[in-house]
Design a protein around this ligand. Structure first.
Ligand code: MG
Length: 373
C-alpha cells in the first residue's frame, strides 16, 4: 500500500512573451493551479491545470480549481491508495460534480507519483509509448498580420513548427477571413494551417465563411460555432469541402464524444487532458474517436512544461489517426518551472522519457511565480 498523505495547491502566474489574442479576449500572462501530492513513502507527484483568460474559456478558473481541490477533493483522497486511479476518479466524481480541470490536476499528480514510485515513465501506466514524437503546431495570435507572418517564417526556418493555428473570431468575419487568406497565400506549400474560431460564429456565418477558409487551403477548422451548436457542426461536416471540422469546446466528456460521433458532427477531436477530466478520460475520448473513424489532435490550454509533458505522455499512447499536437505552451512563457523542457526537433515534439512525466520541477521557480494571497 502506498497512500496519499497530503495534497497542496498553489496558483502561479507567469508572463507570456507576447499578447495572445483569441475570440474572447487577449492574455498577457498565464495562470495555473499547481498540485503537489505526497505519499507515505515520501515520494512527491505534481499536477497542473491551466485555464485561458481566467474563466473565459469555460466555467473553471485557477481560483475555482484551487477551491474545488482544497475544499472537496483533498479531504476524501487523503489516506487512499494512490495507484487505484479509477477509484480515485470515482471518489472525486461523488464529492464534486463537473470541475474536470480540478480533477485532472489531481489525477495527474497521482499518476506522476505512482510512476515515480515504480521508477517508470508515466506513459507505461497509460498504455505504453506508441508515438515517439508528434508534429508540433504554433499559434499565430498576435492580431497583426506582419508580426504573425514574421513569427511563422522564423519558426519554419528554425525547423520548429510546420503547422500554424490562427486564432480568429474577435473581428468582423470578413476581415478575419481576409487575414487568413493572406497568411495562407504566404505559407502555401510550406506549412499546414488550422483556424480556431473559439465559438465566435453563428451557424449562418460559419456556413458562409468555412468554405472560403477551406478554399484558401486551411486544413482544420476548429470550433467555428458555440459549443451547444451541434446542428451547425453536423451541417458543416456534410459540406463537400476539403477542410476538416474539429470540435474543441463541444467535446469534453466521453458522452460528448459519442454524441458527436452519432451525429456525424466531427471529423477530428481536439483532445485536452484538463477538459476531459484527466489522462485516463482523455484515453476514453480518444477511444471513441478511433472507433468512430474520427481523427484526433493534441490540444493545449497553454500548460507549462509540467502539464504539457503530462499531455505528451498520454498522446504518445494513443492509436488512431492524429493531426499532430499544439503543446507549445512552454514556448509562450517567459520562464518555465521545470529543469529541462521538452525537446523540439525537425518540427516535432519529442516525447520525454525519464520517470514520471519526464520533467523535473524547479521549486525555486515555482516559489518565484506563486501568487501572493
Ligand atoms: Mg480551441
Amino acid at each position: 500500500m502506498t497512500v496519499i498523505t497530503s495534497i497542496s495547491t498553489r496558483i502561479i502566474d507567469i508572463p507570456i512573451i507576447r499578447p495572445h489574442k483569441l475570440s474572447f479576449g487577449s492574455i498577457q500572462s498565464q495562470s495555473y493551479c499547481i498540485v503537489r501530492m505526497e505519499l507515505d513513502s515520501g515520494i512527491v507527484g505534481w499536477g497542473e491545470a491551466a485555464t485561458i483568460g481566467g474563466a473565459s474559456w469555460n466555467e473553471e478558473s485557477p481560483e475555482s480549481i484551487q477551491h474545488a481541490i482544497d475544499s472537496y477533493i483533498t479531504p476524501v483522497l487523503i489516506g487512499k491508495e494512490v495507484g487505484e486511479f479509477e477509484s480515485l476518479l470515482e471518489l472525486m466524481e461523488k464529492c464534486c460534480r463537473g470541475n474536470y480541470f480540478a480533477k485532472s490536476a489531481v489525477e495527474m499528480a497521482a499518476i506522476d507519483a505512482t510512476a515515480r514510485s515504480l521508477n517508470i515513465p508515466a506513459y507505461q501506466l497509460l498504455g505504453g509509448k506508441k508515438n515517439q514524437s508528434l508534429p508540433l503546431a504554433w499559434t499565430l495570435a498576435t492580431g497583426d498580420i506582419d508580426k504573425d507572418l514574421r513569427e511563422a517564417h522564423l519558426r519554419l526556418e528554425q525547423r520548429q513548427h510546420q503547422i500554424f493555428k490562427i486564432k480568429i473570431g474577435a473581428k468582423k468575419p470578413s476581415e478575419d477571413v481576409a487575414l487568413v487568406v493572406e497568411i495562407a497565400k504566404s505559407l502555401q506549400g510550406k506549412a499546414r494551417l488550422t483556424v480556431d474560431i473559439n465559438q465566435a460564429w453563428d451557424g449562418n456565418t460559419a456556413r458562409r465563411y468555412v468554405p472560403i477558409l477551406s478554399d484558401a487551403g486551411v486544413d482544420l477548422i476548429e470550433q467555428p460555432v458555440a459549443r451547444w451548436n451541434t446542428q451547425a457542426l453536423q451541417e458543416l461536416c456534410q459540406m463537400s469541402i476539403s477542410a476538416l471540422i474539429m470540435p474543441d469546446e463541444t467535446v469534453c466528456t466521453p458522452q460528448d464524444a459519442v454524441m458527436l460521433s452519432r451525429l456525424g458532427a466531427a471529423h477530428v477531436f481536439s483532445l485536452k487532458v484538463s477538459k476531459h477530466g484527466g489522462l485516463l478520460r482523455t484515453r476514453k475520448v480518444a477511444a471513441v474517436a478511433e472507433a468512430s473513424d474520427i481523427g484526433w489532435y493534441g490540444g493545449t490550454m497553454l500548460e507549462t512544461s509540467l502539464g504539457s509533458a503530462a499531455s505528451a505522455h498520454v498522446f504518445a499512447t494513443l492509436g488512431g489517426v492524429n493531426y499532430g499536437c499544439e503543446l507549445f505552451g512552454p514556448q509562450l512563457l517567459v520562464e518555465d518551472i521545470v529543469e529541462k523542457p521538452m525537446q523540439i526537433k525537425d518540427f516535432h515534439l519529442i516525447i520525454p522519457d525519464g520517470i514520471g512525466f519526464g520533467v523535473e520541477i524547479n521549486e525555486r521557480q515555482l516559489d518565484r511565480f506563486t501568487r501572493k494571497s
